[in-house]
Ligand binder design. Structure first.
Ligand code: TMP
Length: 207
């Protein structure tokens, strides 16, 4: 079977981790070799860049530095992990990919999407996911879930509601313009309902 590249996206608190584990298990049950990875991260260098990006900094970080660090981590990840896996015939299941940059650095920070597109064209060489699940829920619900977790909030989680509203809107707009690739999953449903929907979409892909 041809390899496939799947990513999952959503604002903080959308329940990505639980669903990532479910998708991985479902695909493995179908006899598929799945490489599970994440962004920013997925390589040694990428994980170091992730720490730089997520650790709160008193002096802040410019929007352009944030954007370029996301792509630096991604360039390494694509080269070392994603392309080799797809070339072997494995499937890749990635916790966030380039849609997150359009949503967070584009929608959230306000960087022009044409600029992000240019860097994506240059560094990804046409690579895009075959399928992306967008776990969607109202920002306030996501924030309540994040605040209920133990531990300190990272540099993104410390942002205000309006930042996440812009991100959510940007994700939803992308889903509207690419409905075949980006599937919106309502995260406000029960886990069972969500998983039925995931299974049905994955089954179509496997058919
Ligand atoms: P995570 O908490 O889902 O692992 O993601 C880490 C954070 O990085 C999350 O707040 C979203 C953010 N992010 C971006 O801002 N742009 C990107 O391109 C990616 C991949 C993540």
């Amino acid at each position: 079977m041809n390899s496939k590249f799947i990513s999952i996206e959503g604002i903080e608190g959308a329940g990505k981790s639980t669903q990532l584990a479910f998708i991985q298990q479902y695909l493995q049950q179908q006899g598929i070799n799945v490489v599970v990875t994440r962004e920013p991260g997925g390589t040694e260098l990428g994980e170091q860049i992730r720490t730089l990006l997520l650790t709160p900094r008193e002096e802040g970080m410019s929007d352009n530095a944030e954007l370029l660090l996301m792509f630096a981590a991604r360039a390494e990840h694509v080269n070392q992990v994603i392309r080799p896996a797809l070339e072997r015939g494995d499937w890749v299941l990635c916790d966030r990919f380039v849609d997150a940059t359009f949503a967070y650095q584009g929608g959230g920070r306000g960087i022009d999407s044409s600029r992000i597109e240019q860097i994506a064209n240059w560094t990804l060489n046409g690579l895009q996911t075959d399928l992306t699940f967008l776990f969607d829920l109202p920002v306030e619900v996501g924030q309540q879930r994040v605040n209920a977790r133990q531990g300190d909030n990272d540099r993104f989680e410390q942002e205000k509601t309006a930042f996440f509203q812009r991100i959510r809107e940007c994700y939803l707009q992308r889903a509207q313009s690419e409905p075949n690739r980006l599937k919106v999953i309502d995260s406000n449903q029960s886990i069972e309902q969500i998983q039925l929907q995931l299974k049905s979409i994955l089954a179509t892909m496997l058919a």
